[in-house]
Design a protein around this ligand. Sequence first.
Ligand SMILES: Cc1cc2nc3c(=O)[nH]c(=O)nc-3n(C[C@H](O)[C@H](O)[C@H](O)COP(=O)(O)OP(=O)(O)OC[C@H]3O[C@@H](n4cnc5c(N)ncnc54)[C@H](O)[C@@H]3O)c2cc1C
Length: 420
Amino acid sequence: MSSRRNFIKYILSGIIGFPLLKGIRANYKPKVVVIGGGFGGSTVIKYLEKYIEKLDLILIEKKKNFYTCPFSNYVIGGFRDINQNKFSYHNMIKRGVNVVFDNVKYIDSENKKIQLNNIKISYDWLVLSPGIGFKWDSIIGFNKKDSIKYPIAWSGGQDSSMLFKKINSLEDNSKLIIVPPDYPYRCPPAPYERACLIAHFLKKKKRKFKIIILDKKDSFTKKELFLSVWKKLYPNSIEWIPRSKGGIVNEFNSKENYVVLKSGQKVFGDFFNLIPDQKASDLIFSSRLSSQEWCQINPVTFALKNHSNIHVIGDSINAWDMPKSAFSAYSQAKVCAENLKNIIFENKIEAPVFLNTCYSLAAENYGFSISSWYRTNSEKNRIVSLGSKSSPTNASNAERAREARESYDWYSSITQELYS
Ligand SMILES: Cc1cc2nc3c(=O)[nH]c(=O)nc-3n(C[C@H](O)[C@H](O)[C@H](O)COP(=O)(O)OP(=O)(O)OC[C@H]3O[C@@H](n4cnc5c(N)ncnc54)[C@H](O)[C@@H]3O)c2cc1C
């Protein structure tokens, strides 16, 4: 009898946990910790908030403000202020979510503990949406330190403003070099949209210029659309050199302002935007959660392979046919939240469907898009595309303006839903 009393006392004092929580007790709130308050993480929070009475819900985010990558190319194109892309967590906190601002150093998955700068936090279930990391060895001569002087502008924030300042200070007849990453990477059309919006700005400023895109790839998303708008809006100003025509860049020489192609040829420039190849967030590797470059997950629950009670969504995962985008992260997060809730409360697991719409602007009021639908295959071990629809290459200016407006509608609806 006394050992039973002690057992109850230990549970109430939190000394004994219920790691698997099968048959949850009425007075115990399972602790769900979400790491990363970007698109994926904030969506999981939003959809689990409905159960806040039954769950102990915590968000850990290292930055006080979230600057979105979507619309950061508009800042680089000179027609959007960076502060319009800035969101705080105040409203989330007001809604009752426990937000911890700290940097997660690593996750001790065996003991279900999260190491922050100074403290440890335990969890019953963990959801990770920490974004991407860079492969710093993908371009010789370009490492993390160099990216301060030559901003990559691939994580939102002040980098985009810095890149804009550089573009704004370019002289007439400047040569700009953009080096997109190899697949898979965050936001596949973004390097090509960036080329358009830089061209848009320089053209408006009546500068003569040439943008050269040196690509490791032979194709890219919405290629036909981009090629046709380059011809129409910026004739002879944007040149795309694919892999098969020698576009692979091996090296960067920042002292003498040139890149070296695989052939050994040097290409000199007045402006460089080098975007390294990518992998899952550094947190995944510091925590030894994946032996591969991208997290392998269950596409129905987003549970991480070989790690029970950890779920991963967004850019850090291999999502098969789904691209790495905010729209995808949002769509995956809704499924993850729903099925995580079903696991915790022992309800039926739902079969998921996913959606991604990706808008690109080629000028301030000139947009186009591609939408795709996805579900899991019959073995339920991968996400497969059900089809897609993209804007026509011969659309009128009015249709392009409508699509540009739609992109603003999408952006304001997702950011309002998550951060207001
Ligand atoms: C130029 C550009 C334009 C884009 N445009 C679009 C677009 O128009 N539409 C679209 O759908 N997608 C777009 N994207 C892609 C989109 O930004 C990403 O796919 C999306 O942000 C992925 O969401 P996520 O939750 O995986 O990562 P993120 O949104 O990057 O969130 C990750 C969060 O985790 C936090 N974090 C990371 N590590 C830690 C740690 N150790 N401790 C604590 N917190 C941590 C970060 O601070 C960050 O807040 C664009 C990307 C770029 C680069």
